[in-house]
Write a protein that binds this ligand. Structure first.
Ligand code: IPM
Ligand code: MG
Length: 358
């Protein structure tokens, strides 16, 4: 089998800690399943600023374009807060998403039965929860121009951004969401704010058009404020949610918390050919960096998504997901998902336990 290249971007704060565990897991399945995966490393975010002065160096983009998949830890932290806006670590993440045209961000929120009691909602509302959020990732207000902070004639400053979506941008993300719904429960909820925002009036219209290509999928629409409420009121009503960049950012954190911890949630960001970048949904957690307590499971589960979506190794992906489930069965918990009676472990012990289960 031809060698496959995975670019690993550990990033900042807890990034390198959780990536180290995910790489152990990847190495193990690489051996067990003879996947011929070669790893390469690069810098992104604060780590890249420290090394090169830029959050997303050209060298990283070149390596990323040559890779079959990218595994990312997390970027950012107070160390780089003082830096100019366009050189901040988060900009590195946004730049690489955009440079690779990773428009489709899949964020599954799946309730592990073992964690039903770690959720902030009562178990009856979340047991069996399985939602997929499909977030548009390279457009909308995150990237819209013009943007900036300008000084008005009266001397007062004004911050401004542009929320816009072209038809082609809406079409491709809608298709990705309908395709995802087709292999699930065939229900898609498109989230917008079309009672106020023109960009999302067009969004709704185009999603309606694309739905004609998928007659088997039941399409519904929801305003984003209601969607936020419904997610915490009756989350199991959702199967697949499709939405723009900013609403997806917000709703995916909400959905994450329903499952017990954002420390459990992986994500995939895909281009039109299925090349992708895989990262945990959580941030770089500067408050716990270096303490060895971060939950590596979201990153480990991101490796599983990578094997499934970009590296055509579904059995290895299944094996990782089963291994994670079995360490949870064994009662191992990092602090974020710890409940009475379980065994509290740190980042490295959790990673080692998953490797052993493989
Ligand atoms: C996410 C993060 C990023 C985003 C930040 C770090 C730029 O919150 O991946 O959800 O807003 O997209
Ligand atoms: Mg976010």
């Amino acid at each position: 089998m031809k060698n496959r290249r995975v670019l690993v971007l550990p990033g900042d704060n807890i990034g390198p800690e959780i990536i180290a565990e995910a790489v152990k897991v990847l190495d193990r399945v690489n051996d067990n399943f003879e996947l011929n995966i070669d790893l390469e490393y690069g810098d992104l975010g604060g780590a890249a600023i420290d090394a090169t002065g830029e959050p997303c160096p050209e060298a990283t983009v070149i390596k990323a374009k040559a890779a079959d998949a990218i595994l990312l830890g997390a970027v950012g932290g107070p160390k780089w807060d003082g830096i100019e806006r366009h050189l901040r670590p988060e900009k590195g993440l946004l730049n690489i998403r955009s440079a690779l045209d990773l428009f489709g961000n899949l964020r599954p929120a799946i309730m592990y039965p073992q964690l039903a009691h770690a959720s902030s909602l009562k178990a009856e509302f979340v047991s069996g929860l399985d939602i997929l959020i499909v977030r548009e990732l390279v457009g909308g207000i995150y990237f819209g121009e013009p943007r900036g902070i300008r000084t008005l004639n009266n001397g007062e400053r004004e911050g401004f951004n542009t929320y816009k979506y072209a038809e082609s941008e809406i079409r491709r993300i809608a298709r990705m969401a309908f395709e995802a719904a087709m292999v699930r429960d065939k229900r898609l909820c498109s989230v917008d704010k079309s009672n106020v925002l023109e960009a999302t009036i067009l969004w709704r219209e185009i999603v309606e058009q694309i739905s004609l290509e998928y007659p088997e999928v039941e399409l519904s629409h929801m305003y984003v404020d209601n969607a936020a409420m419904q997610l915490v009121k009756e989350p199991k009503q959702f199967d697949v949610i499709v939405t723009g960049n900013m609403f997806g950012d917000i709703l995916s954190d909400t959905a994450a918390m329903l499952t017990g911890s954002i420390g459990m949630l992986p994500s995939a960001s895909l281009d039109k050919n299925g090349v992708g970048m895989y990262e945990p949904c959580h941030g770089s957690a500067p408050d716990i960096a270096g303490e060895g307590v971060a939950n590596p499971l979201a990153t480990i589960l991101s490796v599983a998504m990578m094997l499934r979506y970009s590296l055509n190794a579904p059995s290895a992906a299944d094996a990782i997901e089963s291994a994670v489930s079995s360490v949870l069965d064994d009662g191992l918990r990092t602090g974020d998902i710890f409940t009475e009676g379980m065994t509290k472990v740190g980042t490295v012990d959790m990673g080692n336990a998953v490797v052993r289960a493989l």
